[in-house]
Write a protein that binds this ligand. Structure first.
Ligand SMILES: Nc1ncnc2c1ncn2[C@@H]1O[C@H](COP(=O)(O)OP(=O)(O)OP(=O)(O)O)[C@@H](O)[C@H]1O
Ligand SMILES: [Mg+2]
Length: 244
């Protein structure tokens, strides 16, 4: 369904090229739930941005159902069925939650019941939120959950969620993991979830550890989780050398 071939992404920093992604090759199958995890700064969000078309890879090719989309715009990719929920979602002054859900769903306006169903999936009550503006009056966790609801409303073939757990309380997080599990069970849509949470990692068909701009490990949750836990127990190389 989605194929990344030798993706590289460089940025220019102080006049020098810095390699953020290095030779990443990956295939995502229909209906697959993939979790990207790994250290801060490892390249997970950049990889998601490259898939969505928010960043243009320096090297490599992106194939979507046999079509080369390496140079396709974000709008074109969205039309083809790829959808992305930001790690830090933007706010939209002047637009209500209902507006955003309608824009996401496309074609015809959603009924209140349908809006309510999407909001319930992320633990929000439509009566309280539907007519609220998505401005600074909403809390960080509320904006994050509204963003996730808009990704769900897009009905995409590939949904990418960037740290959906970030800033979300435990009750809503439990609701959200149930939503991901149910979606995975009943739909042929693929999901890439970027997450540090054991509970989300354990839902995955495949977990990929992204670090230093590369895919470091890949496997089933029960193979990868012990590796992650042993990694986090390893010492800090700087401290082990005896100070900075
Ligand atoms: N435009 C840019 N210019 C310079 N450095 C960049 C740029 N974009 C990304 N980076 C760097 O690339 C690395 C990967 O960033 P990225 O946001 O993809 O990490 P991440 O794995 O999502 O981390 P986190 O878990 O903290 O969200 C970081 O070191 C970041 O500072
Ligand atoms: Mg990130």
């Amino acid at each position: 369904m989605l194929e990344l071939k030798h993706i590289g992404y460089d940025v220019s920093e102080n006049g020098q090229d810095k390699e953020i992604l290095r030779d990443i090759s990956l295939t995502v199958s229909e209906g697959e739930l993939l979790v990207f995890t790994g250290p801060n700064g490892g390249g997970k969000t950049t990889l998601a941005r490259v898939i969505m078309g928010l960043a243009q890879p320096t090297r490599g090719q992106i194939i979507w159902n046999g079509q080369d989309i390496t140079n396709a715009s974000i709008t074109e990719r969205a039309r083809l069925g790829i959808s992305y929920g930001f790690q830090q979602p933007p706010r939209f002054k002047g637009l209500t939650v209902r507006d955003l859900l309608n824009v996401a769903a496309g074609d015809k306006p959603l009924s209140k019941d349908k809006c309510c169903a999407y909001l319930t999936q992320v633990g929000l009550c439509a009566n309280d939120y539907l007519e609220r503006e998505v401005d600074t009056s909403l809390s960080g966790g509320e904006v994050k959950r509204i963003e996730i609801a808009t990704v769900l409303a897009r009905n995409a073939k590939l949904m990418i969620f960037d740290e959906p757990e970030a800033g979300i309380d435990l009750w809503s997080f439990a609701r959200l993991t149930d939503t991901f599990a149910a979606l995975h069970g009943r739909s042929d849509a693929a999901m890439i979830i970027i997450s540090h949470q054991e509970r989300i990692i354990s839902l995955a068909d495949r977990v990929i550890v992204v670090g230093d701009g590369q895919l470091l490990h890949s496997g089933k949750p029960d193979e990868i989780l012990p590796e992650i836990l042993s990694d986090t127990r390893a010492g800090c190389p700087v401290l082990e050398r005896g100070g900075v």
